[in-house]
Design a protein around this ligand. Structure first.
Ligand code: J9N
Length: 277
């Protein structure tokens, strides 16, 4: 996979040289190109932004540097035989970046990222390149960053670890929380390693029992406990078929019950009124 990043802060992308993404590059799975947007400015001040039409606060990134940068990156990549590009634009106004989106992006040969500072990029840039390639405006969460660079690191790491040969066998991603098909999309429960006693705290006995059936059930119960506590939305949207008898028993202990009107509004589970947990 080829990645291009065009940014006014190329040094912010230094983490792409280390850790998992760095390893993917060393293993030849990723070919990363970081470009300084100011290469494509021609005035004394290397201007990349200007005031918004219609007024308002902040600055808008100008069309010409982005257009020239993207034309140049596209020419380079096509010449190198990178395949079909997709443009990724981090913005708080984008579609949520989820594990499913990461999987889809990991199947593409070439991703071009355009992290913006200020109040974003002149809309005509996105509209222009959308006529030439798929454009994904993505949000990594409901909070506002100062710029898209950190989002590029997030998306890149989520995608890189899905590439064949990047994660070792020991760290494979079949059981990830949010991996399509993982534990019916429950969060992972707690994990433990040696020593068995630490500062007066022991490991749950079941994990030392060697009883694989009981261990699996305990893990599932802990996953339900953590998911109801931290992500009730994930439980609510589970259909009636998502949980077996023992799951439903645990959900009842945790103060959850089937919503009798579930089929009407697509929320099949609700907190049992008046039960604290
Ligand atoms: N999810 C998300 C993206 C962003 C920004 S701010 C400037 C570019 C991208 N904030 N939050």
């Amino acid at each position: 996979m080829r990645l291009d990043v065009v940014t006014i802060f190329p040094e912010y992308l230094e983490p792409l040289n280390v850790s998992l993404v760095g390893k993917a590059r060393a293993r030849g799975r990723l070919d990363v190109h970081v470009h300084d947007l100011r290469q494509w400015t021609y005035d004394r001040h290397n201007t990349v932004d200007d005031t918004p039409y219609g007024g308002g606060p902040g600055m808008v990134m100008k069309t010409e540097p982005w257009g020239d940068a993207l034309d140049s990156v596209l020419a380079d990549g096509y010449e190198a035989g990178a395949g079909e590009p997709a443009l990724i634009v981090p913005t708080p106004s984008g579609r949520p970046f989820t594990q499913d989106v990461a999987v889809q992006l990991s199947e593409r040969p070439w991703l071009i990222f355009t992290p913006a500072r200020y109040e974003g990029i002149d809309r005509r840039v996105v509209d222009e390149y959308a006529t030439r390639m798929p454009v994904n405006e993505v949000s990594i969460g409901d909070y506002v960053l100062a710029g898209g660079e950190a989002a590029v690191l997030v998306v890149t790491e989520a995608v890189a670890r899905l590439l064949p040969g990047v994660l070792g066998n020991a760290e494979s991603h079949r059981d990830d929380s949010f991996a399509p098909g993982a534990m019916a999309n429950l969060l992972e429960g707690p994990v433990y390693t040696k020593p068995p006693a630490w500062r007066g705290r022991d490991i749950p006995d079941v994990l030392l029992s060697g009883h694989h059936g009981k261990i699996a059930r305990w893990r599932r119960d802990e996953a339900l406990r953590r998911t109801t506590a931290n992500r009730p939305d994930l439980i609510e949207r589970c259909g009636p078929e998502a949980f077996d008898k023992k799951d439903r028993e645990m959900l009842s202990i945790l103060g959850w019950e089937p919503d009798p009107e579930g089929a009407l509004h697509g929320r099949f589970w609700r907190r049992t009124p008046g039960v604290e947990q």
